[in-house]
Design a protein around this ligand. Structure first.
Ligand SMILES: [Zn+2]
Length: 258
């Protein structure tokens, strides 16, 4: 079976649960973007960076945000550029936390840095304006329009405040994990309020460190499996925003809608 889309998934979270967690959330998002989408892995390849890939060091932690870009970041930029021009349809989905609550999202340093360092860096490579230390060199698109179309296949997942702001929407499971650790009426009420109003979590600062350190990020993969994607989408906060970004990528829609 021929692949219709090859999606490289990058997440700044490190640790064993990070990739399966973000991939699960991405699949749930894709189901909302194209109704009845066939996510057969032979058709839609959703892949992490290889274990031995040097660019991995740039993605995790805060390395990719360093100015000037580190050598690892330059590897990463070239790798992204190559993926965006791969045939058939190559995409890159990049997860980083906004580190802001929803109403402050426009002041997110991470979002600004992504555009300045990553997207502009990839643009320079596609234009042939930057040194390219890795082989094979990406086949550069020809026109400015083709370059911008390729850059449109670099799509961000940028939760407000962090990935736990989405994962904690699995409130039924979340409550069980909290109760397992301790008895806190305050936490029970907090979690219940999140389940009643799905817009609230995007307004919570530092959810895993300040709001629910009892759960933290220890169960992210399990919470992702219970993520109520449609309810969270309907709340029209940062998950909705990321869905809209996916939806606005016409080549992704074309590849998935096949
Ligand atoms: Zn708790």
């Amino acid at each position: 079976m021929e692949a219709r889309a090859r999606i490289l998934v990058l997440t700044e979270d490190s640790g064993k649960q990070a990739q399966p967690t973000i991939q699960k959330l991405l699949k749930e998002a894709l189901k909302l973007v194209v109704e009845g989408v066939d996510l057969n892995p032979a058709r839609v390849r959703i892949e992490p960076l290889p274990e031995n890939e040097r660019a991995r060091q740039a993605v995790s932690a805060n390395k990719w945000k360093e100015q000037p870009p580190t050598r690892e970041t330059i590897f990463l930029l070239n790798l992204i550029a190559a993926q965006l021009v791969v045939q058939p349809a190559g995409f890159v989905v990049f997860h980083f936390d906004t580190d802001r609550v929803w109403t402050d999202r426009h002041t997110s340093e991470n979002r600004q840095k992504f555009e300045e360092i990553i997207r502009d860096g990839v643009r320079r490579i596609l234009r042939g304006e930057a040194p390219q230390p890795v082989n094979p060199r990406p086949r550069s698109p020809q026109t400015a329009e083709q370059i911008e179309t390729a850059l449109g296949r670099l799509i961000i997942l940028s939760p407000c405040y962090s990935i736990e702001s989405w994962l904690y929407q699995a409130t039924h499971e979340l409550l069980a994990y909290c109760r397992n650790r301790h008895e806190s009426e305050e936490h029970v009420q907090l979690i219940e309020s999140w389940s009643v109003d799905r817009t609230l979590l995007d307004g919570v600062s530092r959810p895993k460190d300040d709001a629910l350190p009892c759960v933290g990020d220890r169960h992210n993969e399990e919470l992702a499996k219970a993520f109520p994607a449609e309810d969270v989408w309907l709340a029209e906060r940062s998950f909705f925003e990321s869905i809209e970004r996916l939806r606005s990528c016409s080549s992704l829609i074309a590849a998935l809608g096949y």
